[in-house]
Design a protein around this ligand. Structure first.
Ligand SMILES: [Zn+2]
Length: 329
């Protein structure tokens, strides 16, 4: 189809979108291990509605909204060999979490998100669909390890398993592959930062003609520097709006030369940022990164927002990117 990405300030999203009622119904079926045609139809409908919202807002690079995934770690643990899922454990008060438990060698046995990528691509009217995968470091951090007893061995096996999924996605035609590592900024040990880089090397290090992206958010992102500069990625996707763009200073200090996906709307606030406010954020990014390497997107996944709020934020974000492009012309 004839859609062409703008040559500067491309707009995109991080990955998740508020769940449509169909997705919530699908989660219930999945919990009862019912995964027939009704389940698949519900997931597809939720993906279709997500893509329609992105298109109506005018976002350039879209996603499947992660409508099949109730939880970003549990979902992949359910699909990879070597994991079991615990009964709900209490995290605090009345909040319960079913935690992935590693009980055997981790292996990839079948395609996990390829079909969702393919479906989203078939209805995106030529817009590229970015794939998001929960990274090995985060998968490990959010699991109990009853098998390896060694973080490094477990994470590298996770990376090898997820590399098989990446291979399947690339063979299907995916051009934008994003590894989500939110757990990485919650730790501070340099060893962990290096290990996450090794895992990325296994997952995406050898890819060409594919945009390799890593998303991190909140916490101590500055502790990833300078190692992250040598990660085998083309684009770093950061939460910057919520932390008032303080990371930009760091990028300047390190003469950051990869692409930057700049968070310009806060996903923890239901307030709709004004167009002018978002343009201001983009201008801050442009002080450090040239417009052909600067992507414009929300801080993080949108799933915790109400759908109307998420959509309104995306609409203003797209309008702000258009305005910023005009200013540059
Ligand atoms: Zn995030």
């Amino acid at each position: 189809m004839s859609f062409r990405l703008p040559n500067k300030l491309v707009t995109t999203i991080v990955g998740s979108y508020p769940y449509f009622p169909e997705a919530l119904k699908a989660f219930q079926l999945r919990k009862r291990r019912v995964r027939g045609s009704e389940y698949e139809e519900l997931v597809k409908t939720a993906i279709r509605k997500t893509v329609e919202d992105y298109l109506s807002a005018g976002v350039d690079i879209v996603s499947d909204g992660e409508q099949r995934r109730e939880d970003m770690a549990v979902f992949f643990a359910e699909e990879l060999k070597g994991f079991e899922i615990s009964e709900p454990v209490r995290i605090f008060d009345n909040v319960y979490y079913r935690k992935p438990v590693i009980v055997d060698d981790i292996e990839w046995t079948h395609e996990i998100v390829v079909e969702d990528w393919r479906y989203a691509s078939s209805i995106s009217r030529g817009r590229p669909v970015k794939v998001t995968l929960t990274g090995p470091y985060t998968m490990y951090s959010w699991s109990f390890d009853k098998h390896y007893g060694n973080m490094r061995n477990a994470i590298l096996d996770l990376a090898r398993a997820l590399a098989r999924e990446v291979e399947a996605l690339v063979n299907a035609g995916a051009k934008y592959v994003q590894v989500d590592e939110p757990a990485l900024s919650t730790r501070v040990e340099k060893e962990d930062v290096k290990l996450a880089g090794e895992a990325l090397e296994i997952m995406v290090g050898k890819l060409s003609n594919v945009k390799r992206i890593m998303h991190v958010c909140y916490g101590k992102i500055e502790r990833l520097f300078p190692e992250v500069l040598d990660y085998p990625i083309d684009q770093l996707d950061l939460e910057t709006k919520n932390s008032e763009y303080r990371l930009l200073k760091l990028l300047r200090e390190y003469s950051f030369d990869k692409e930057l996906a700049l968070g310009v709307v806060d996903v923890h606030s239901s307030r709709i940022e004004t167009i002018e406010e978002i343009v201001d954020g983009i201008r801050k990014g442009l002080e450090i990164i040239p417009p052909d390497r600067l992507y414009v997107k929300p801080d993080c996944g949108l799933k915790r927002l109400k759908r109307e709020t998420a959509l309104a934020k995306l609409r203003n974000m797209v309008k702000a990117a258009e305005k910023a492009r005009e200013e540059l012309a």
